[in-house]
Design a protein around this ligand. Structure first.
Ligand SMILES: Nc1ncnc2c1ncn2[C@@H]1O[C@H](COP(=O)(O)OP(=O)(O)OP(=O)(O)O)[C@@H](O)[C@H]1O
Ligand code: SF4
Ligand SMILES: [Mg+2]
Length: 383
C-alpha cells in the first residue's frame, strides 16, 4: 500500500496508481472510531457502557469517485457518515478533507466546510418542514450563507429544481404535494445548493419503489458528472450499490472487512461475510440460481456494546478457526489481489472455494467476548 501523494498511516486504504486519478484523496480517514455512551443494560450494574458503532476505520476517497458502503443494519454505516460530515465528534482517529484536518474543528470552524460536505438522507420527508414551501426549503442554504438577493435566490432555486427534474413552477408548493421520489429530488436540490464537493447519500433510495429507485440513481449519476461530485453511497442492498459504485467497502460491526473495485468484489469476494451477503442476492436466471452457492449465516449479529474478541465475525463465520478468536485481522491484500482489493480475514477465500461446505472449527467455549475497552477520547456530539 502506498500513496502517490505522500505518506499514509499504516492501515489506511490507499488506491494504487492504476486506479488513481492522479489527484490527492479528497477524503482520508485514519483509524476513525465512534463510541456512544449508553446506560448499562446489565442487571445490578450502574453507570455507562459504550456502543462501539464505528471502530478503527481507515479509508480514502478520490475526487470524482463513488465509494459504496454496505453492511447489515446496525453495522455503523450512518454513524460513519455522520462522523465524516462532522455531525458527530470522533472518539478517536482523524479525518482529513481536501487537505484540512477536520477531526477537531469546532462548529464555528466547520461552518465554511459545511457547504463542501453534504448529506442526502433516506427519509427526505422527515427533514423537510411540512409547513414551508419547497422554494424556501431549497433556498435555505443560500439564505444561511448570506448569498444573493431574494430575486437572485429564486432564480438559483428554480435552476436547481430543473437540474434535479422538478418543475420550477412548483416553487410555491409544500412537501406534501410531492411524491416520495420527488421529495428525494427536493432533498438533493437542497444538498447541491452550495455546490458541495462531496455528497454522502445515506440509503437515498431504500424507501422508494424499484422503478423510482432507478430514476433517482440515474439522476444522482447525471448530477455527479455535471457537478463533478464525489459520492459516498450507503446502502444495505449490494445490488443497488453495485450500479453506482467505483469501489465498495463492506462493513461488519463497526469495522471495514473488505474493500475492492466494484466488479472485482462481485467476482472474487475474499471475506466470508462478503461472500455470504453476495449469496443472498436475487438472481434473474433460474438455472444460475439453482447452481449457486448459498450461505446461511447462523446466529444473531453480536452487540456492538461488547463485540467478540479477535475477528468480530468469528461467532457467525463458517470458516472460523481457533486463531480467529484471538487475532483481529488487518485489512491487507489476499493471494495475488492488487493493492486496491483488501480483506480483513486470517483465512480468506480462494476464488473457486465453495464456502457452503465450510464448517467452523472452534468450540463454543472458545467463543469469548472481549472486555469492553471503553472509548479513548471524548464522545460528545456536535449538535
Ligand atoms: N446516538 C446513538 N446512541 C447510542 N447508540 C447509537 C446511536 N446511534 C447509533 N447507535 C448504535 O450504533 C450502531 C450503529 O448504528 P448505525 O445507525 O450507524 O448503523 P447503520 O449501519 O446505519 O444501520 P441501518 O442500516 O439500520 O441504518 C447500532 O448498534 C446503533 O444502535
Ligand atoms: S478471520 Fe476467521 S472468523 Fe474472521 S472472517 Fe476470516 S475465517 Fe472467518
Ligand atoms: Mg443507517
Amino acid at each position: 500500500m502506498n500513496a502517490s501523494d505522500g505518506p499514509s498511516t499504516p492501515g489506511a486504504v490507499v488506491l494504487p496508481p492504476e486506479v488513481s486519478t492522479g489527484d490527492a484523496p479528497l477524503l482520508r480517514l485514519e483509524h476513525v472510531s465512534k463510541a456512544f455512551p449508553v446506560q448499562s443494560s446489565k442487571l445490578f450494574t450502574r453507570g455507562h457502557e459504550f456502543v462501539h458503532a464505528v471502530d478503527d476505520v481507515s479509508l480514502e476517497v478520490r475526487p470524482g469517485e463513488t465509494l459504496g458502503l454496505v453492511g447489515e443494519t446496525g453495522c455503523g454505516k450512518s454513524t460513519l457518515a455522520r462522523c465524516i460530515a462532522r455531525l458527530y465528534d470522533l472518539t478517536s482517529g482523524s479525518i482529513n478533507f481536501a487537505g484540512t484536518d477536520i477531526s477537531h474543528l469546532s462548529r464555528r470552524q466547520m461552518r465554511p466546510l459545511r457547504s463542501e460536505i453534504q448529506m442526502i438522507f433516506q427519509d427526505p420527508y422527515g427533514s423537510l418542514n411540512p409547513r414551508r414551501r419547497v422554494g424556501s426549503i431549497i433556498g435555505d442554504p443560500f439564505a444561511i450563507h448570506g448569498i444573493d438577493s431574494r430575486t437572485e435566490r429564486k432564480k438559483k432555486v428554480q435552476d436547481l429544481m430543473e437540474r434535479v427534474g422538478l418543475n420550477p413552477e412548483h416553487y410555491n408548493r409544500f412537501p406534501a404535494d410531492f411524491s416520495g421520489g420527488q421529495r428525494q429530488r427536493i432533498g438533493t436540490a437542497r444538498a447541491l445548493a452550495l455546490r458541495p464537493r462531496m455528497v454522502i447519500c445515506d440509503e437515498p433510495v431504500s424507501a422508494l419503489d424499484v422503478s423510482v429507485q432507478a430514476q433517482i440513481i440515474n439522476m444522482l449519476k447525471d448530477l455527479q458528472d455535471d457537478f463533478g461530485l464525489t459520492y459516498i453511497f450507503i446502502s444495505h442492498d449490494l445490488s443497488v450499490v453495485r450500479h453506482v459504485s467505483d469501489r465498495i467497502a463492506v462493513m461488519y460491526l463497526g469495522h471495514i472487512v473488505e474493500v475492492a473495485p466494484a466488479a472485482e468484489l462481485f467476482e472474487k469476494a475474499r471475506h466470508p461475510y462478503t461472500r455470504a451477503l453476495l449469496s443472498a442476492l436475487p438472481v434473474a436466471d433460474p438455472d444460475a440460481a439453482d447452481n449457486r452457492e448459498r450461505i446461511l449465516l447462523v446466529g444473531e449479529i453480536p452487540s456492538p456494546t461488547n463485540p467478540p474478541s479477535g475477528c468480530r465475525f468469528h461467532t457467525r463465520c463458517p470458516k472460523a478457526r481457533a486463531d480467529c478468536v484471538q487475532t483481529d485481522p488487518e485489512l491487507e491484500t489476499a493471494f495475488d489481489d492488487g493493492v486496491a482489493h483488501l480483506t480483513a480475514c486470517l483465512h480468506p477465500l480462494a476464488i473457486d472455494e465453495d464456502m457452503s461446505l465450510s464448517r467452523p472449527q472452534i468450540d463454543d467455549s472458545e467463543i469469548a467476548a472481549a472486555p469492553d475497552p471503553g472509548p479513548s477520547d471524548s464522545t460528545g456530539d456536535t449538535p
